[in-house]
Design a binder for this molecule. Structure first.
Ligand SMILES: [Zn+2]
Length: 178
């Protein structure tokens, strides 16, 4: 009996079973956001309840979509994220992508952002990321948001994605997540 066969037959003891049922259906949407776990639960709540996207695909990486903005220091991260998104478009039939930047993102500590404030740089990066995804994956609906700390809660704002989906580039829809 080969090692592969032995490994396939092995049944390990169950250490935990989720109470949540499994749903096979895909919503054909993904969110790209920062790995920062302090924002994770709020991101889920916003995507699930605010945007009504249960079971959305998660693409989490330090700085989120910032690596798609063409910074020299994130060349390898950009290549990796592009192949991840391409996989999701091909295999999961993605039609919509939600980009979310967040307040106080540590990724920007090591990124030169010229004379702009970090928040201005984040807004510029999201617009460039939208442009880049649109160029190589045309036909996807792409939206940009910002998760802001407000009085111990996280409020989500719609930011301009530069693709005409938003109102005059300054729309400020908010979802307050407690
Ligand atoms: Zn971050």
């Amino acid at each position: 009996m080969g090692v592969d066969t032995i490994l396939r037959r092995r049944v390990s003891p169950v250490v935990f079973t989720s109470r949540l049922p499994f749903d096979e259906r895909r919503v054909q949407a993904a969110a790209i956001y920062c790995s920062d776990g302090r924002f994770g639960e709020q991101m889920d709540e916003f995507l699930h309840s605010g945007l009504r996207l249960p079971r959305y695909d998660r693409v989490a990486a330090p700085g989120g979509a910032a690596c798609l903005a063409g910074h020299a220091m994130t060349y390898y991260e950009q290549t990796a994220m592009e192949s991840q998104v391409e996989f999701l478009v091909r295999e999961h039939g993605l039609r919509r992508i939600v980009l979310i930047a967040h307040d106080g993102c540590a990724f920007y500590k090591s990124l030169w952002h010229g004379l702009d404030s970090v928040e201005e740089q984040q807004a510029s990066d999201l617009r460039k990321a939208v442009e880049r995804i649109t160029l190589w994956q045309p036909g996807l609906k792409i939206e940009a948001y910002f998760a802001r700390k407000v009085d111990g809660q996280i409020a989500f704002e719609r930011w301009s994605s530069g693709n005409g989906d938003d109102v005059a580039g300054q729309r400020k829809d908010r979802w307050a997540i407690s």
